[in-house]
Design a binder for this molecule. Sequence first.
Ligand code: SF4
Length: 428
Amino acid sequence: MHSRFGVGADWPISYDELEPYYGEAERIVGVAGPAAGDSRPRSTPYLLPPHPLSYATTKIAEGCQLQGLPFIANARAALSEPYDGRPECNYCGNCNRGCPRTDKGSADVTFIPKARETGRCEILTECHVTRILAGPNDRVTGVAYRDASGTARIADARSVIVAGGAVETPRLLLNSGGEFAPDGLANESGHVGRHFMETLHWTSSGLHQDHLGSHRGLPADGICWHYNAPDAIPGIPGGFRFGSAAREIGFNGPVAYARRVVPGWGRAHKAAMRDAFGRVVSISAIGESLPNDASYIDLDPAEKDSLGLPKARIHSHLGDGELRRLAFMAQTCREVLMASGVVEMIEEFGAYDTFRPTHVFSTCRMGDDPADSVVDRFGCSHRWRNLFSADASVFPSSGGGESPALTIQALAIRMARDLVERARKGTL
Ligand code: SF4
């Protein structure tokens, strides 16, 4: 983004370098995706065939076609066929609440069981790391934590990998300052907490002219990548993508309709519910977020958590580019909805109205120069040679709306290979 468009920061690694690890992560998670039309170049096809679009989503596809926008099945970490001992999706639409069938490829049914099968992984639940322990010679020695009963404990470690996300990772590092790191751990450059990039999101919902059964189906089953490239929106650097969203934003049951679509009471309400239920069509867009000096994470000087540790404070500022991109995203969502057969808009909201922490990035960004980054190209602190970060805090840029989970996983697998190599060479 910096070299080509003069904004944000460059990644120190190329897409080609990371691409094979995406495929590897997808094979662990179980990803179903389309054979063609994806904006991201691939060296291997998706593991599983794409999910069929729900009937409601086919209406959005028709709207996109009328607008000249390509619309395809979205790649999803949900199984279109049984895989690795897990059943296929039944399209109940409740992924956001946790998948009862274990077909959604979340870590609890993929990476963690595989790690435990090795016999070399122990999971300590309900523990709270309070501090990473820094020692002499630029090495960390372990972590201090409270266990489930509240007892203070120490875990010694040859290396420490932090994966708390773009808010809690910088918080933990800043809370771990002391004799060897007076400005916070790994904060020699002063960049821990800086360059916070939030979820630039927009959602428009409307009532379709027909009954579609839009409460059924896989959430976010269809997507348009047309505006994903950094130069896709005229005059505004940074891309976005949009797709179907009714189930994703909770329009999958009568309570949501009663609260958000059909107010009222009694017989009239009942009749209105019968008329409206299953007709909501929603489109959500997620866009590029570029760093600015007013968006960052620091420690709250007043608010403390239950253990007495300073909470993270999120400073969020949308710059002029973000607001213009957001306006373009909103306009696109509305136009596609109307072209899809929506007859009445019922709800709109976006990053201007509500902060959403689903896709947040940077705050410990990776780079080759220790003066303007926190970790190197493998996620290792520039100074602390056995301290690593493996989450979206290391992202130098947010992408044009891509969800960060697979990139986190690809980076983590690449980091694991590097750790093995360091251990073999005796440099860990
Ligand atoms: S729609 Fe989501 S929650 Fe339901 S079975 Fe499929 S992956 Fe699981």
